[in-house]
Design a protein around this ligand. Sequence first.
Ligand SMILES: NC(=O)c1ccc[n+]([C@@H]2O[C@H](COP(=O)([O-])OP(=O)(O)OC[C@H]3O[C@@H](n4cnc5c(N)ncnc54)[C@H](OP(=O)(O)O)[C@@H]3O)[C@@H](O)[C@H]2O)c1
Length: 326
Amino acid sequence: MENINWGIIGTGNIARTFAAALNGTDGAVLYAAASRTKEKADRFSAEFGAVKSYGSYAELASDKNIDIVYIATPMASHYEDAKLCLMNGLNVLCEKSVTLNRSQLMELLGLAKENGLFFMEAMWMKCRPTYLKAKEWVNSGRIGDIRYIHADFCNIVRYDADSRLFRPDCGGGAILDLGVYPLTLAEDFLGFPYSIESAANVSRGIDLSNSILLKYQDGSFASVESGFELASRNNAVISGTNGMIAFGDWFHCTCDATLFNADRNEAETFSQPNAVNGYEYEIIEAQRCLREGLLESPLVPHSGTLNVMTIMDECRRQWGLVFPGE
Ligand SMILES: NC(=O)c1ccc[n+]([C@@H]2O[C@H](COP(=O)([O-])OP(=O)(O)OC[C@H]3O[C@@H](n4cnc5c(N)ncnc54)[C@H](OP(=O)(O)O)[C@@H]3O)[C@@H](O)[C@H]2O)c1
């Protein structure tokens, strides 16, 4: 596989950022874009230089020249869009949160496995150099045993009935849009908890904000917040028996992290500017997997994505939140 032909489904905000990253990444070709309307697809393709432009997602999914499809639609559409691609024999990189719930994800993973296809949640945080440096520090014992993780991701977003963020039928709400990042961090470093305690401010069928406490058998725990009505530093700390790691603000996309020793003195700092816009790392990882014939990424394994989806299901169960059609 020399160059890899990418298709994009959905031409909204993140698709634009991702297309720019594709255009700046070696070996990646923005081959096709699909929108629900041909005019929008044509505009997007012209702006970002896609070779093909489709007025429906189904047309794109039947193009056999595509190596992998990036799905950039609202949460509630991921399941159908990913299924369409997998049924047509296409590999998939699907935006977060990957589905509305665990059962949808199980079905997609089953389909991918049956058809021998690559499937990955577009959890770009896990592919970024800063995040990988933190993993290296932890795995080499620099902070000892992890006892506590705190991470929050909040924005103040004004209510907009038309926005996917506030629409239950789009899979709106803070947990699936923002909470997925701190939960992924906690799951990756501590695993699946034995206890999940959570509270949320629920309004009009979605959670506007939430706070989640994950407890682990070895006595460690993680505390996670996300919300559309909270201001926070959007920071993360991984605290161990021998030190701690502090990420820069906006921990999920920061270029900076600091390792502190047990006396709170800086032991090491890490800083690496993005090569393009930060999304190139998940593209590089997906392309590496395709070239090596891997069906899942070791950086974003299916087990982690499933665990996070299971935690989010349990939180929504505790809040009595069910999406339309679930
Ligand atoms: N990784 C990140 O940093 C990041 C950042 C933002 C968002 N995201 C994720 O990316 C996905 C899309 O978010 P976004 O902010 O790009 O959303 P957006 O701007 O609303 O774009 C979503 C696109 O999906 C298509 N679509 C299909 N069905 C739709 C429906 N029922 N309602 C609205 N649009 C529909 C539309 O494209 P067409 O009209 O062309 O069909 C629309 O432009 C979400 O899963 C979100 O969580 C990830």
